[in-house]
Design a binder for this molecule. Structure first.
Ligand SMILES: Nc1nc2c(ncn2[C@@H]2O[C@H](COP(=O)(O)OP(=O)(O)OP(=O)(O)O)[C@@H](O)[C@H]2O)c(=O)[nH]1
Ligand SMILES: [Mg+2]
Length: 497
């Protein structure tokens, strides 16, 4: 085994095997409607990782997506587009297409209104459209395709059904996403339960290896008080240790998506308006932003009420107060500085970093797994029984034999808390998921004898666990995987001597 076989970018063996199987499935379905699905699976395996943004209605999903991209692409109003799954992927130019329920696609016209993308459905209604696809030359999208999903209202309503169908990782429904960012708005018990139900019932493949949670609209916590973001951070930390949450996601990060979105798309006109409000006497500006109603109060400020309303929509009450006082106190003196301040406050940087650290190194592996699940669905639809059986048999072979999937499975068991291997053991398992094997196992440095001794020590540690009579089968599976990794590393050392 090459030393980087368990690493995301290095998972060539399993990706190559799955790619070859995609091609076989394509040939077996040539000329049938399923051929397109085979092509789609193959294309997804090659493209960037697909990250879905999911959560309840109005959790702030579209706003957060815009913040991640740095442009106002996803609709945050009440229009029809919020009810559709929309994929935002990198393209050298600008293009918007609708995939209809009958499988055909049609190009859609779009405009930009005050910087916000507006898609014209051209007479189509949302119930004719399976999903929208937006190609856009935004840098972030070169690394990951982002997918906005309709809000989950309940586990039964139609919009939720679309989201669930899209994310479903089981049965015949090929999963549309390789990883999920799940937004929770408030820390009501029901949100944790909802997260559990959502993950259990709809994203069977989701686990701490490919799911993060965001405590969204963090600025609104505690009625937008000045310490809202600090409270949000504390609550998110507490939430992350809740067993019901920890088994499903690897982290809970507080983010005020609106602050980030507006910060990244701030206009000079908006800054000028903020500056005008900041110039008011202290008592007057405090009174102006005491509540949402006060902002709307026609006689209360120099600006046109429509401008104040627009500011409220763009900044939120917390953001408006914060921006006005930052300018009034001289903390920021230009639109660039205000923009930077808002993005900093929002918590976006930590989320972006976590997505990059946790999803990107595993991207190829997660994609290979998604493709495998999708191929399983496709195999069942291949008419020629011999071909269908051949594809299915190869799927089984890859599934059971690929070391990479064993590593992914072990990481899932450890990170979700299903198996306890101690802190050091857990670090080791997580490391082999993301780093090249020698680095992950501490075998990259030292003399050959030292490296061999380290590997032998690791091997005996995990062998002991693997043969522990009181360990359950899951714990043994994790230990067996680690034993195999150390054995291979040792075999590699033998060969290089
Ligand atoms: N104060 C504040 N408001 C936010 C934040 N994020 C979103 N909002 C507001 O919440 C409302 C819903 O935001 P969206 O981003 O459309 O939420 P969504 O989850 O995509 O909503 P649906 O797609 O309709 O389920 C909008 O009015 C946003 O401006 C935030 O971080 N802070
Ligand atoms: Mg939305």
């Amino acid at each position: 085994m090459s030393s980087d076989v368990a690493k995301g970018e290095g998972s060539f063996e399993v990706v190559a095997a799955v790619s070859a199987l995609c091609e076989q499935a394509r040939q077996a379905t040539a000329g049938t409607p399923a051929e397109r699905e085979a092509q789609r699976i193959a294309a997804r395996l090659q493209g960037p990782i697909r990250v879905a943004i999911a959560g309840r209605v109005k959790a702030g999903k579209s706003t957060l997506l815009n913040a991640l991209v740095g442009e106002r692409l996803a609709a945050t109003d009440a229009g029809e587009c919020t009810r559709l799954v929309t994929t935002y992927r990198y393209a050298p130019g600008y293009e918007v297409t609708a995939e209809l329920l009958d499988g055909s696609t049609t190009e859609l016209r779009f405009t930009r209104n005050d910087g916000a993308l507006q898609i014209e459905l051209g007479g189509l209604t949302h119930d004719q459209i399976a999903r929208l696809d937006v190609g856009w030359p935004a840098r972030v999208l070169a690394d990951m395709t982002l997918i906005d999903t309709p809000g989950l209202e309940s586990m039964v309503d139609e919009n939720s059904a679309r989201t669930r169908a899209f994310l479903d990782h089981s049965g015949t429904n090929p999963a549309g996403a390789d990883a999920v960012v799940y937004l929770m708005r408030h820390l009501h018990r029901s949100d944790a339960e909802f997260l559990g139900a959502f993950m259990d019932r709809t994203v069977v493949g989701a686990s701490p290896v490919n799911a993060l949670a965001v405590l969204s609209r963090a600025d609104e916590i505690g009625a937008c008080r000045p310490d809202a973001l600090e409270s949000a951070a504390r609550i998110a930390t507490r939430y992350a240790t809740d067993p019901a949450v920890r088994t499903l996601v690897s982290a809970v990060l507080p983010v005020a998506g609106l602050l980030a979105e507006t910060g990244l798309t701030l206009t000079e006109a908006e800054f000028a308006a903020i500056r005008e409000l900041a110039a008011l006497p202290t008592a007057q500006r405090t009174a102006l932003t005491r509540s949402v109603d006060d902002v709307y109060e026609p006689a209360s400020a120099p600006l046109d009420p429509a401008v104040r309303e627009a500011l409220l929509i763009r900044f939120g009450l917390y953001g408006l107060r914060r921006a006005i006082s930052a300018v009034a106190d001289g903390e920021v003196t230009s639109s660039t500085e205000l923009s930077r301040r808002m993005v900093w406050d929002s918590g976006l940087a930590a989320l972006s970093a976590t997505i990059r650290e946790q999803f990107l190194p595993r991207a190829r592996l997660l994609q290979a797994r998604s493709a495998l699940v999708a191929l399983r669905g496709l195999a069942a639809t291949i008419h020629d029984p011999a071909q269908s059986a051949s594809v299915a048999a190869q799927l089984d072979r890859i599934d059971a034999g690929a070391m990479e999937f064993s590593v992914l499975h072990a990481a899932h068991l450890v990170m979700s808390g299903a198996v306890n291997v101690g802190e050091q053991g857990a670090r080791e398992v997580r490391a082999v998921l993301d780093a090249d094997l020698d680095h992950a196992l501490g075998l990259a440095e030292g003399t050959p004898d030292e490296r061999r001794a380290t590997a032998m020590a690791g091997l005996s540690r995990w062998r002991e666990r693997a043969s522990d009579p009181i360990a359950n089968s899951l714990a043994r599976a994790v230990a067996d995987t680690m034993v195999r990794l150390y054995e291979r590393a040792l075999a590699g050392m033998g060969a290089s001597r």
